[in-house]
Design a protein around this ligand. Structure first.
Ligand SMILES: Cc1ncc(COP(=O)(O)O)c(C=O)c1O
Length: 310
């Protein structure tokens, strides 16, 4: 079986293979991106930060005026059902994406009050990122397109419309990079297409302030908690491109990537800023602390265990 086929999905409780899972063309998630979601990874059979993802999911629901029809516990039961019913290899880590769409309805932008929301859960083998992204680092570029502002489509809505990020990612690939570093309309750095970003500038660890417009990433929060526990000073500030001229380290964070060093950033004027291969002192230390943090999380969150990793 190929890696891409390892997995299963549940659509409103009906479990099938990834290829056979279907939703209606009249679903508002499909028609309008009228949906919200979360992505969790498992680590040794435990879904990481289950509570934190649920809280962020509830916040997305609030931001799009959606009243969730199920509880956190019911979601956990739904996810477990997939692992119980489908024979999935137990020696690997999984990617779990849960999505709620506002449901099926007439083709009409206005969501009618009688819609029934759909819950879709996708479980698949965790993708492994290119080895060079960790050994050397990922290359970023600053695209022309700006990140949605908080007042247009709040980046804290983790919703089913990622066109803003997709366009940023596509143009950064055209510029010869692997991913993008998006600015807001005011020229402040926000985040990458699906990760938060940190810099070390003059020995200060910094990440863009929430009001720059970025998703409040759970890996970012974990890094901040580690820093607090280890006494590493860090702050959220407005960061513009002039400031990163003086940065000597940079890394991105996300649930599926963990902490990934940034090798270089191609600026809008073509200038390239380079960072140490494999990350500098702060980055390497945080990567190692994050590993311990995950091991501790797994050891103290056995209640969430989905399957025993062999
Ligand atoms: C736009 C965006 N920013 C940041 C992140 C990182 O968030 P997390 O660390 O919770 O995965 C993601 C993850 O999906 C994202 O889509």
């Amino acid at each position: 079986m190929e890696d891409k086929d390892i997995g299963a999905a549940s659509v409103d409780g009906v479990i099938s293979s990834l290829g056979n899972a279907k939703i209606s063309v009249m679903d508002r998630g499909f028609l309008y991106g009228d949906s919200i979601y979360e992505v969790i990874r498992t680590f040794d059979g435990t879904p990481l930060f289950f509570d934190e993802h649920w809280n962020r999911f509830k916040n997305s629901a609030k931001l799009v005026n959606l009243k969730l029809s199920f509880s956190k516990q019911e979601l956990l039961v739904e996810i477990r059902k997939i692992f119980d019913e489908v024979k999935l290899p137990k020696g690997i880590d999984f990617y779990i994406r849960y999505i709620v769409t506002r449901g099926q309805g007439p083709i009409d932008l206005f969501p009618h009050s009688n819609l029934n929301q759909s819950l879709i859960v996708i479980v698949k083998k965790m993708r492994s990122w290119e080895e060079v992204f960790y050994r050397r680092g990922i290359k970023l570029a600053v695209p022309q397109i700006k990140r949605n502002s908080i007042n247009t489509l709040d980046p804290n809505i983790k919703g089913g419309n990622y066109l803003n990020n997709i366009l940023g990612l596509m143009s950064s690939r055209e510029l010869g990079a692997d991913d993008c570093l998006m600015l807001n309309e005011g020229g402040h750095i926000t985040e990458s297409s699906s990760s938060n970003i940190f810099f070390v500038i003059k020995n200060n660890l910094v990440t863009p302030s929430k009001s720059s417009g970025n998703l409040n990433g759970l890996t970012k929060c974990a890094v901040q908690e580690i820093c607090k526990n280890k006494g590493i000073e860090n702050s959220e500030i407005y960061i513009d491109l002039n400031m990163i001229d003086q940065a000597n380290e940079c890394f991105i964070t996300s649930s599926t990537r963990g902490i990934m060093p940034v090798a270089s950033i191609i600026l809008s004027n073509g200038k390239v800023i380079k960072f140490p291969d494999g990350g500098g002192k702060y980055t390497r230390k945080l990567i190692s602390y994050y590993e311990d943090y995950l091991n501790n999380y797994v050891a103290s969150n056995k209640d969430f265990l989905l399957y025993k990793k062999l």
